[in-house]
Write a protein that binds this ligand. Sequence first.
Ligand code: SF4
Ligand code: MG
Length: 336
Amino acid sequence: MEQLLEVKNLEVNFRTYGGEVKAVRDVSFHINKSEILAIVGESGSGKSVTVQTIMGLLPMSVADIKNGTIHYKGQNLLELKKRELRKLKGSKISMIFQDPMTSLNPTMKIGSQIAEGLIIHQKISKRDAKEQAINMIKLVGIPNPEQRYDQYPHEFSGGMRQRVMIAIALACRPELLIADEPTTALDVTIQAQVLKLMIELKEKTDTAIILITHDLGVVAETAERVAVMYAGVIVETGTVHEIFENPKHPYTWGLMESIPDFMSTTKERLIPIEGSPPDLFAPPKGCPFAPRCKYAMDICVDQMPLDYEISSSHSAKCWLNDEQSPNADEVLALGR
Ligand code: SF4
Ligand code: MG
């Protein structure tokens, strides 16, 4: 499998009046060509900051990239000039956001908004751009594309606006699409339609997708691989099958318990994970999950766990995976 993007040892801090916030800590992951990778975690876990760093969208007046590399087909994005990055962003990497109303221009017809990128990045004529834009509107499943081309964002429903955003993002046939909570603002039925559309388009266009979400149901239905983030750290990563069938981190266990069983028809009770994420001004020196983890041992409080390899595609940052460690049941039985 060909690697498209590789993030290595990324560390991002924010300078605030209260001090330095460690938003992303030693994050490493990769995405292959035409693959869907989900990054999952609670809000504030560093998912958005990670992808904003990739896209060069961090507010540099307050953000500090302390360490790390982001290689896109061998090129370190963090070393690119602004102009080079802008070019790459328009043509090879694109992004869709949670709220399409704030990312669409309200004063511009949606057709022109789709065509604009094509004219700039593919250097094609206005007429060809219009034709391609209409095709994109059709492709994302909006009825009457010719009429819709000349309408403004407010004439579209929330779900249709999100489809427009996808059309804009995919118009230039990017190799990588970054979708930050793309369906969160939509109701459940529309959410399912938009996700299905993204999977279909991925299959048609071969675009790789990094899907940011806090919803494990969405992950199960769309992703091939998953990275679980907690307090700025990737605590577990694996294939969807590995993460759902054989999770190896107590935080992932908690996430699993807090989702309703989406395959069953009965409504199951949601069991949220007790406690709250650590203060990122002064994150714990050991495992970031230790303050909430019922399996925490002495070593957990003292030392950041190693990244244990469970299989060639699966790893987890939790001391329980150490050969020398008692297993989870034994830890509970010992009562720490
Ligand atoms: Fe819990 Fe320790 Fe594993 Fe962290 S390293 S998740 S505190 S058992
Ligand atoms: Mg976010």
